[in-house]
Design a binder for this molecule. Structure first.
Ligand SMILES: [Zn+2]
Length: 450
């Protein structure tokens, strides 16, 4: 699950010895009822994916490739087929744009670098009272909204900001200084921010001069995708997904963001649902299983994936995010994001009556979680794409912390969630239920620049 604003988490002091005693986690309650999905394999998968060996599965790290290879190996063992190519690994390139220099002159006055910031996808930028549109953000304006709108619009903008927004400006400055990652530089643009020092810059910009440079490098990322072809309507796809990347290690390299809940838990679900439906072997529709990369840094894995198939063929997307701990509705329960946007939840709940449970509505609408995972990318294309979760995000002490390790999970609850998802989605798999499409016009678009 992505942060609301993608600022890197602060260093944590907490240090634990991450000893995983799997035997202690297998409580007797696992075996009191017949399992439809073996908990032993669930524990094996999450133990490996959340292990220190993978160093927090940071995008671009060598360790995330180890995680990808593990998932690919499991897909092969399960008997899935690759999509389009020989390999389960769907590798692609992104551009990383690191700002180098930035100099700004307004009305003939040089602005101190501490009061300037840039988000740009352009390698060399030269403005001499031309090219850019000039905007003033006054004291009473909503700076975040103004920036979001310009970001969605794209193009080149010079934005002069009232000093009362200093704190917000600093947050954006820190974020932009870390550079940008883009799947494509096609819709390029630049935002140059200038924080007005109370008495220096006039509110009216008569002339401006801006020059900036950035270094653009190419890096590769990898999704892992496997298919179980449908026996009756192979062109219809039911997509099960998660993201397998996380935040890596702390800045000093001493502590690991294991991301056991976020989202080794969802990836474990994807693997074990693949196993479950492959063993049954009677899926009428094609089932696609995807572990996305680079969710935490902007959802690039799902963006690339969505361009590799016709989204009209995706009947539903079951994106599984943070299911490692009991939800506020109790152990083994699940809620879904954007439930009102399609009738998928209603259809899934029909099949849950027999096991006396249901999928709840997202209890944290104020958090904007529909937009904070990979489902949003497919929803923008009209797919009934939702995230299924059990996190208590409002009070989760481990979210994006180094303590999100396997010891913080309730594996029995997680196992139950996976089994519930198997039962809930059976009518989709059998071709007996087809949810309504999401209205694309009602899904907010992403920014063009940052
Ligand atoms: Zn996250």
């Amino acid at each position: 699950m992505m942060k609301k604003l993608k600022f890197i988490p602060k260093k944590k002091q907490h240090s634990t010895l991450k000893t995983v005693l799997v035997s202690l986690l297998i409580t007797s309650s696992f075996y009191t009822t017949a399992e439809i999905i073996p908990s032993e394999q669930v524990i094996k998968d999450i133990t490996y994916l959340a292990s220190d060996d993978l160093k927090g599965r940071a995008s671009f790290s060598p360790e995330i490739d180890k995680a990808a290879n593990y998932i690919a190996k499991r897909f092969a063992e399960i008997g899935l087929q690759p999509l389009h190519s020989e390999s389960f690994l769907q590798t692609f390139t992104v551009s990383q744009i690191q700002p180098n220099t930035l100099s700004v002159n307004l009305n003939g006055e040089k602005i101190s670098p501490k009061n300037t910031a840039i988000a740009s996808t352009i390698e060399k930028l030269e403005w001499d009272s031309n090219v850019a549109q000039v905007h003033i953000i006054n004291k009473d304006d909503d700076m975040r909204t103004a920036l979001r709108e310009l970001n969605q619009q794209g193009g080149q903008h010079l934005i002069v900001i009232d000093n009362s927004h200093k704190k917000t400006f600093k947050a954006y400055q820190g974020y932009f200084n870390r550079g940008l990652t883009k799947l494509s530089l096609e819709h390029s643009g630049a935002l140059v921010l200038v924080l007005r020092d109370d008495n220096s810059v006039e509110s009216k910009i008569e002339q401006y001069k801006v020059s900036a440079s950035a270094t653009i490098t190419q890096q590769t990322l990898t999704n892992v995708v496997g298919v179980l072809p449908g026996k009756q309507s192979p062109e219809d796809i039911v997509l099960y997904s998660s993201h397998y990347d996380h935040l890596g290690v702390t800045e000093d390299g001493k502590q690991i963001y294991n991301g056991a809940d976020d989202d080794a838990s969802g990836t474990t679900a994807v693997l074990n649902l693949a196993q479950f439906f492959a063993n049954k072997g009677d899926n009428k529709r094609s089932l696609m299983f995807s572990a996305f990369t680079a969710e935490e840094i902007g959802g690039f894995g799902s963006k690339y994936f969505s361009q590799q198939l016709n989204p009209d063929h995706v009947v539903a997307m079951i994106n599984i995010e943070m299911i490692g701990k009991p939800s506020k509705f109790g152990a083994g329960t699940i809620w879904m994001t954007g439930m009102e946007r399609s009738n998928l939840g209603e259809l899934l709940n029909k099949n849950l009556v027999e096991i006396n449970t249901k999928i709840y509505q997202d209890p944290y609408p104020e958090q904007g979680l529909f937009y904070r995972s990979d489902n949003a990318t497919l929803a923008r294309l009209g797919v009934p794409a939702h995230s299924f979760s059990s996190t208590q995000l409002d009070k989760d002490q481990h979210y994006h912390k180094v303590t999100d390790d396997i010891n913080s999970l309730d594996l029995s609850s997680m196992h139950k969630v996976i089994e519930t998802l198997a039962t809930a989605t059976q009518p989709l798999v059998d071709g007996l239920a087809t949810p309504t499409r999401i209205d694309k016009a009602q899904v907010r678009s992403t920014g063009k620049i940052y």
